[in-house]
Write a protein that binds this ligand. Structure first.
Ligand SMILES: NC(=O)c1ccc[n+]([C@@H]2O[C@H](COP(=O)([O-])OP(=O)(O)OC[C@H]3O[C@@H](n4cnc5c(N)ncnc54)[C@H](OP(=O)(O)O)[C@@H]3O)[C@@H](O)[C@H]2O)c1
Length: 330
């Protein structure tokens, strides 16, 4: 029996608890592809799951970590062989399946992505769910006729993982990006990623009118609530608002005006369950023409598996700055 270390999350009569435990490979949730994990990452959802502040896991106990990249040890599916480098983001990890915060993980073949040749496992995890989400937003927006000529893209929650990767990916694809952030001391970094304008979210004053002058071609929103409601009336005709997150609030109070007068589209972005063909397309782009050019800047922290919980509090308090990768092995 092979045993290994994992950050395991429990919820039972004694309440929520999570920490490093030793467990057996035989006790992992089912999946055709057994992977020796090398890197994972920390996403907002991981912080919610790891602290018990959000209901992410559908059953307990499970290993945390919605992202993982590593090397195949054994596969019951002929699509993967021992020694292959693979990754997975979302896909039920740390929701219904044991996740990436463990030295081993079993992945369903249907959710396992072959690591693109142009990415290392560490780079894939700097991108992780955050970068996949920004890439999925760009794919959906361009499929819905977003072009740079419509005007700048506003990105909220700009210092977060989705935000910083979004700035890099959208500017790399030819868009002008305006970064909306609560951290004025990070504006230099946001500009270095490609943002042409940085706006302090604490100074935003929305008029509350149902329509504003059309200042933005589109929106990548990580924040929700009044911020999202405030930007929708300022989107140009037939621009898109890609709705990713709720770091500010899950609420949305708005009017139908931007949609019926300007044809603005709201595109829901749900990275976890993205269909296989779309998932492959997003990773093909992220490892090719959309590959973020500033991964070293965006990766602001590296923690060992046993220290993963140390990041959660800052993240849930809105203090994120870039991406944290988790070193599992190697
Ligand atoms: N739909 C999906 O598939 C998907 C995938 C990944 C993430 N998400 C969601 O997207 C959001 C961002 O995720 P992430 O991983 O990038 O998180 P993150 O790294 O923690 O970044 C969140 C950012 O949001 C801003 N923020 C935090 N609290 C805020 C508040 N009260 N009001 C306004 N802005 C606030 C902060 O940026 P500034 O200080 O720069 O403003 C913070 O850095 C989260 O809600 C997450 O759940 C969704």
């Amino acid at each position: 029996m092979t045993t290994f270390r994992a950050f395991r999350i429990h919820q039972d009569d004694a309440g929520h608890r999570a920490g490093i435990e030793t467990m057996a490979i035989e006790d992992l949730t089912a999946g055709e592809v057994l992977v020796r994990a090398e890197w994972s990452s920390v996403n907002y959802k991981d912080a919610l799951a790891g602290t018990g502040k959000g209901k992410i896991l559908r059953h307990y106990p499970l290993n945390g970590g919605i992202d993982v990249a590593g090397t195949v040890v054994a596969s019951a599916d002929p699509a993967f062989r021992e020694g292959d480098r693979v990754l997975a983001t979302g896909s039920g990890l740390s929701e219904t399946l044991d996740g990436g915060y463990g030295e081993y993980v079993r992945l369903p073949a249907a959710w396992t992505v072959a690591l693109p040749a142009s990415l290392t496992t560490r780079e894939a995890m700097i991108i992780g769910t955050a970068g996949f989400t920004a890439g999925l937003a760009l794919l959906r927006m361009t499929e819905n006729r977003q072009t740079p000529s419509l005007g700048p893209i506003a990105i909220t929650g700009a210092t977060g993982g989705v935000g910083m990767l979004g700035i890099d990916i959208f500017t790399g694809a030819g868009y002008e990006v305006h970064a909306i952030s609560g951290k004025a001391d990070r504006f230099d970094t946001l500009r270095a990623l490609g943002a042409t304008t940085c706006v302090d979210r604490h100074t935003l004053a929305f008029s509350g009118k149902p329509m504003e002058s059309a200042r933005y071609g589109g929106l990548l929103d990580n924040v929700g609530g009044a911020t999202l409601a405030g930007f929708l009336p300022a989107i140009a005709p037939y621009g898109n608002a890609a709705i990713c997150g709720l770091a500010g609030s899950p609420a949305l109070a708005t009017t139908v005006m931007p949609f019926i007068i300007r044809g603005v589209s709201v595109l829901g972005i749900a990275s976890a369950g993205t269909a296989r063909d779309v998932r492959d397309e997003v990773w093909r782009r992220l490892s090719g023409e959309w590959k973020p050019r500033h991964l070293d800047t965006i990766c602001t922290k590296e923690v060992a598996l046993e220290d993963v919980a140390s990041v959660f509090g800052t993240m849930l308090d809105g203090g994120s700055f870039g991406r944290t990768v988790v070193r599992i092995a190697g």
